[in-house]
Design a protein around this ligand. Sequence first.
Ligand SMILES: [Zn+2]
Length: 562
Amino acid sequence: MKKITLLPIAFLCLCACSTAPTEAPADLVVLGGKIITMEKTQPVVEALAARGQEIIAVGREAEIRPLIAPSTEVFDLQGAVAYPGFYDAHAHFLGIGKAGMELKLGKVDSWQEIVEKVRAAAEQAQPGEWIEGRGWHQEKWKRAPEEPFEGLPRKESLDAVAPSNPVFLTHASGHMVMVNSRALEPAGITAKTPDPAGGEIVRDGKGRLVGVLRENAIGLVRKIMPPEDSPDLLMKRIRLATDECLSKGLTSFQDAGAGLSQAGVYRRLAEEGKLRIRLNLMLMDSNEKLEGHLDEMRLIDGGDHYLTIRAIKRWLDGALGSHGAWMLEPYADLPSSTGMNTETIPDMQETARLAAEHGYQLCVHAIGDRANRETLDLYEAAFRDHPDLKDPRWRIEHAQHLTPEDLPRFTKLGVIASMQPTHCTSDGPWVPQRLGEPRAGEESYLWRSIIDSGAHVASGTDAPVEDVDPIPTFYSAVTRKMSNGRAFHPEQCMSREEALRSMTLEAAYASFQEQERGSLKVGKLADLTILTGNLLEIPEEEIPEVRVVATIVGGKIRYRSE
Ligand SMILES: [Zn+2]
């Protein structure tokens, strides 16, 4: 193995390798580039060795090389940079899988391009298999469809390319779908079918079906589609989500909401050794359903450290975009509203009791400043009622808008802020319109202030709301630069070290897993993310260009770029 890059001495660990390499050879050795460990004593090393899932040595290449035997897999970084495996602290695993099964129709110039995508999908599909897509918008097309009806395309164009497959393409608004004849016929929809209440089966001037269904008419076709929780569909989604996450460099993933039945499926996969990415589930079901199952479902580092179930997810409010975030003061652009409280406080108190009594961590979705305050109040009361609770690490998911008074309570109560840096840069352009200034600047995405106050911030993406890619997360955390090039209150930026920490060690801490993940040292899991660039050193404008070279989970190379 030749080493491509010669490292300047200053970057090498100056102390001697902390490990006396043992006699038995390593299963995997990584060398030939920088390895960023996130450990204080040896922040950057030249090489790492693993046996089984575990790191057995880190240090200078000369010290690690004796561990190489003919049976050892040697991964030559060739100048690339290795990091502790990235951990998405909050995203939706099956949602990523579902998005992976749908054609993405937003970025096209014409209906004809969409038809070609459907043709390609139909060629791959089994006869009768549904082809789904999302995101089309007739106003965005530069070329009109053939024989348009009120600007809309016709189902015959889809019939021609997918005669044996039902096609279901959701409009960007979500309020309209385009289907083909193969979808209309089994739904019993003909030109004579009356419109359902609150819906429209679109017909042209001659009374012919166009293939477009609006609002409640969509349900006529949706009800004949395969159920969302069929075992085949679930397995396909899990496979697609796993592939997507590994290709983006993730080695661990916290799923922000899995039903009990889904959790059962993950448990079986973990027991059979079939998970390829480490998952940590937040259970999401009613108190009544959860109560009888919490003890049997609880699992810590099961399936050889691939599955953990010890958290419960609840929602206290909605989102800012839809004026659903529960605010203390009315919206600037909707003065009649302070948002929505989606679940009652007594119901949440019962969840808190269940969590405290069954050894679960509680993770509450709170966007608005009122929702955050109510959640902190709830946690404070629960901790008072359960003084035996040690180190509960309850979390607020998003913690998006906070008043200055509530900010110190995170540290005081030991509550973790689970945040999504890309939400700030995606939504930043319209946040001032919703909240008005100075509230927008003083209250929004305060990760700098939260870290300075001494609390823990873990980063995630909330995929599929945002891309599951951790590189934009890092870039947003350190620049807060929006697509318009401006930075959203840049005084709240994280440092590069803090951003990396929030995606590794802090995400592990937020899951009680910092002893085994989040940094690279002897005895920890050999989970590594390997990238083309050094996120701690490259010029800021180069950060978005960084790509994943490989993803290693438990000493196994689970993804390698072509
Ligand atoms: Zn979410």
